[in-house]
Design a protein around this ligand. Structure first.
Ligand SMILES: [Zn+2]
Length: 304
């Protein structure tokens, strides 16, 4: 009895921490397909409205607190206001005062097909199976796991709107939802953030993104070390692309944030960004890495 008590005190060798629940890539892929089935989620459109209701139903049914930020964006192209809505689903597994982890993805899809094979059709919206739906599919599946077995921490799942609005080169008209979100004074709310975008490609290869590496290398180290530990070989441990995405406004607002993106996707901003180009396995790879990070604060960087 005494020996056991000593053992627990000195070595903490009582019961091992519970195994994290298994991320279900097949279920995540269903969420990807269901989003695309609404049609292009172009801000202000009917599919966009319906898909948002679908998110609310999903997160609410799993017991997350669902919140939203609605605002109007003055669109320089149509010279009219466009409605945008960020959706925030909160899991509160930790103490009230404890900063949360921010996991983000954009839910809007691009209103134009820059690289359409028929150049007369570049003003048609893309389906956005990978560019949009894949990241949200991961967050939706994580919500299932939170309901099943809490990681004991606070997590905000943030679905950003208006990420992909701007015409090519008009950088002011991208990342509209995340800029709005970041303008609210979020620095103390989050310990760190991870954005997932375009991670559903069947032919997955995920390199470290250059801005993330430059500003928050310890977070990239955490992610790529975890992938190596989990033997997920589609995470390539070198820096390749430099990508403007929702991690930048969040980081600029003072929350250390990195981007997980597979930017080697030949169907990017084409009419071929469809569900058949994506796979459950690709979603599973990224989901598993995130689960093993969320359920194990020991791997989080001590200092950022
Ligand atoms: Zn895009």
């Amino acid at each position: 009895m005494v020996i056991l008590a000593l053992c627990l005190v000195i070595f903490g060798c009582g019961s091992p921490p519970p195994e994290p629940p298994a991320f279900d890539g097949d279920r995540a892929y269903e969420y990807l397909v269901e989003q695309v089935a609404f049609g292009p989620r172009v801000p202000g459109s009917e599919p966009w409205r319906e898909c948002r209701e679908y998110y609310y139903r999903h997160f609410e049914s799993l017991g997350l607190e669902v919140d939203s930020q609605s605002f109007a964006f003055f669109d320089p192209y149509s010279r009219a206001d466009v409605p945008l809505v960020n959706v925030i689903a909160r899991h509160r597994g930790g103490d009230e005062e404890e900063p949360a982890i921010l996991l983000g993805a954009h839910w809007d899809t691009r209103p134009r097909t820059d690289f359409h094979s028929d150049t007369t059709r570049i003003n048609e919206p893309i389906q956005g199976a990978n560019d949009g739906a894949s990241g949200v599919a991961i967050l939706m599946e994580l919500a299932n796991l939170f309901a099943q077995q809490s990681p004991g921490i606070n997590v905000d799942l943030v679905l950003f709107d208006g990420e992909d609005w701007g015409e090519s080169g008009d950088l002011d008209y991208y990342l509209i939802g995340s800029k709005h979100f970041a303008s609210k004074g979020i620095r103390r709310d989050y310990r760190f953030g991870i954005i997932v975008d375009m991670i559903g490609d069947k032919d997955q290869q995920i390199y470290r993104e250059a801005f993330s590496e430059r500003f928050y290398q310890p977070l990239n180290d955490m992610i790529w070390n975890q992938a190596a530990k989990d033997s997920i070989l589609t995470f390539q441990d070198s820096v390749k692309h430099t990508v403007i995405d929702d991690h930048l406004p969040i980081a600029a607002a003072g929350v250390p944030t990195v981007l997980i993106i597979d930017f080697d996707y030949p169907y990017w901003h084409t009419e071929f960004d469809t569900v058949d180009k994506c796979s459950a396995e690709a979603l599973d790879n990224v989901g598993e890495v995130l689960v093993n990070i969320l359920w194990n604060p020991d791997v989080w960087p001590k200092k950022l």
